[in-house]
Design a protein around this ligand. Structure first.
Ligand code: HEM
Length: 527
């Protein structure tokens, strides 16, 4: 190593010497090299050019959604059983097997619509993404705090996000754009009832639930499958804010939730969540009034109890926000043996989208970054090269076989743990159709009726405030939907906007919707 002890009396101290990335000592970090003290500067100014051009590239594109977020690390501990039933009866995923087994995790909480430095009290769904570094490789559970979502087919995702994001000309989040889209998308009613109630502004991340939202599968050692939904319950309890609470917090701090999480971990008050799962046999469940693969629906807990399977504790903050929060990459396709996809049409679309955006946002070798690497499993691939590749697969091994199959050497396929066929048999013709049993209003209405009076008041106020800024046609269609969700909701929002049920009784159902018998009755009652 070069001895780069500094010279000069004022530079003699114990601190280590600044270098550039090439390891060259920096002798002067205040002045460029110039011809004479007043310039001109010259192009061989390597140290200056490296410094400034790296700075020019300090930002990677922020996430197209969920740009504002924060990450912490910790562990997941399996309970191994619920009651006297072993979890292994339903999944062979190793991380759930015996009681007390711990798996390292990284968890990122986020808002959805705002940019990287936006306010954390925005009324917005919150992201709740957990990366489990399991011995079988990584598992990502990428969820939100509201249990359901706006849409049930991934093809609509860019539209719903465009409607929610700022106007492309004024760059203001416009209620008219949001409710224009929502008024034409009845499947979003359940999500809207959640989002515009106090639950739409969680007090902070430590007091927030998380949900996988989409339906996945569990696979056991015999290859039997069950449908599964995931829930995270905060040990500290659930807390939310009203608009007034949020305005007061925002007046003093834009990043209160990031600050709260960081500081509580620094203090040694480690936040904890319990993971619970709901299970269903792997079929279409014609007895239900909704489709179990529909992410605009919850599964009633009295019929499908949420069973505790483990706990997660977050006990370490990031060492560097950029490396571990901006560059961390989650995806719904990242599953391990014993966990599987369902045919949920959102889940399938999401699974393509995450790794696609990450190859663009972070780069094609994003999985080589420390925070994204499989920490507890060995990685051996035949992938090579690409921008910023630094991981050397099979370095130093001979022969140099980076393909498969081969009789010369190299890597071989793993053996299936069980027969590779699993789940129900499916037949069908290619088509573009919405699922049967869309039933867009029932659960939204049930949710409204379950709210306490102050929550309903807050919900109605929020709808009236924003819908007042919308075109009359949008207001009328939204009141029409709310009347189908629950009379009281429709009447109250209508009253706030000066719209009566008679005013909207002439509106026809949208082409994009199927009404249930109950919906038809409510519709007939309007006139
Ligand atoms: C982030 C796409 C639905 C939860 C993202 C990102 C994309 C995306 C492109 C940015 C990822 C990155 O840059 O690393 C989609 C698509 C969806 C969808 C196409 C529907 C078809 C959902 C749903 C949920 C969700 C239903 C909740 C259950 C999240 C979370 C993040 C995220 C938590 C942030 C992950 C992180 O913290 O890095 N989504 N998303 N998304 N999405 Fe989705």
């Amino acid at each position: 190593m070069t001895d780069v002890a500094s010279k000069g009396p004022d530079r003699d101290d114990d601190r280590r010497i600044l270098t550039n990335r090439q390891g060259h000592p920096v002798y002067d970090n205040q002045n460029q090299r110039t011809v004479g003290a007043r310039g001109p500067a010259t192009l061989e100014n390597y140290q200056f050019l490296e410094k400034i051009s790296h700075f020019d590239r300090e930002r990677i594109p922020e996430r197209v959604v969920h740009a504002r977020g924060t990450t912490a690390f910790g562990f997941f501990e399996s309970y191994g059983t619920w009651g006297d039933e072993p979890i292994s009866r339903y999944t062979r995923a190793k991380l759930f097997q015996e009681k007390g087994r711990r798996t390292e995790v990284a968890t990122r909480f986020s808002t959805v619509i705002g940019g990287r430095d936006s306010s954390e009290v925005a009324r917005d769904p919150r992201g709740f993404a957990v990366k489990f570094y399991t011995e079988d490789g990584n598992w990502d559970l990428v969820g939100n705090n509201l249990a359901v979502f706006f849409i049930r087919d991934a093809i609509k995702f860019p539209d719903v996000i465009h409607a929610l994001k700022p106007d492309p000309v004024t760059f203001r989040q416009e209620p008219n754009r949001i409710f224009d889209f929502m008024s034409q998308t009845p499947e979003c009613m359940h999500m809207l009832i959640n989002l515009f109630s106090p639950r739409g502004i969680p007090a902070d991340y430590r007091h927030m639930q998380g949900f996988g939202v989409n339906t996945y599968k569990w696979v056991n050692a015999e290859g039997e499958t069950h449908l599964v939904k995931y829930h995270w319950m905060p040990k500290a309890g659930v807390r939310s804010m009203t608009e007034a609470d949020a305005a007061a917090v925002q007046a003093g701090e834009l990043g209160h939730a990031t600050k709260d999480l960081f500081e509580s971990i620094e203090r040694g008050e480690y936040p904890e969540w319990e993971l619970r799962v709901q299970l269903m046999s792997d079929d279409e469940h014609p007895e239900l009034d909704f489709d179990p693969l529909d992410d605009t629906k919850v599964w009633p807990e009295n019929e499908f109890p949420a069973k505790p399977v483990g706990r997660m504790v977050l006990d370490r903050n990031v060492g560097n926000f950029f490396a571990e929060n901006e560059q961390i990459a989650f995806g719904t396709g990242v599953l391990v043996d014993g966990l599987d996809f369902s045919d949920d049409k959102m889940l399938i679309g999401r699974t393509f989208s995450y790794s696609d955006t990450q190859r663009y946002r972070v780069g094609p070798n994003y999985l080589q970054l420390p925070v994204n690497q499989a920490k507890s499993a060995e990685v051996r691939t035949n992938q090579r090269d690409g921008l910023m590749a630094y991981y050397q697969d099979q370095a130093g091994e001979s022969p140099h076989v980076n393909y498969e199959p081969s009789i010369t050497g190299g890597l071989r396929e793993a053996r299936y743990p069980t027969p590779d066929e699993q789940g129900p048999e499916i037949t069908g013709r290619l088509t573009r159709k919405r699922i049967p049993r869309t039933n867009d209003y029932t659960q939204a209405g049930q949710r409204y009726l379950l709210m306490e009076q102050w929550e309903r008041d807050d919900l109605v106020d929020n709808f009236v405030t924003l819908l007042s800024q919308c075109d009359r046609a949008v207001q009328e269609r939204m009141v029409w939907h709310f009347l189908l969700v629950e009379d009281d909701l429709g009447l109250r929002v209508g009253k706030g906007l000066g719209i009566s049920p008679q005013d909207v009784s002439g509106l026809q159902p949208l082409e994009s919707q199927d009404l249930t018998e109950e919906d038809q009755k409510r519709l007939a009652a309007l006139g």
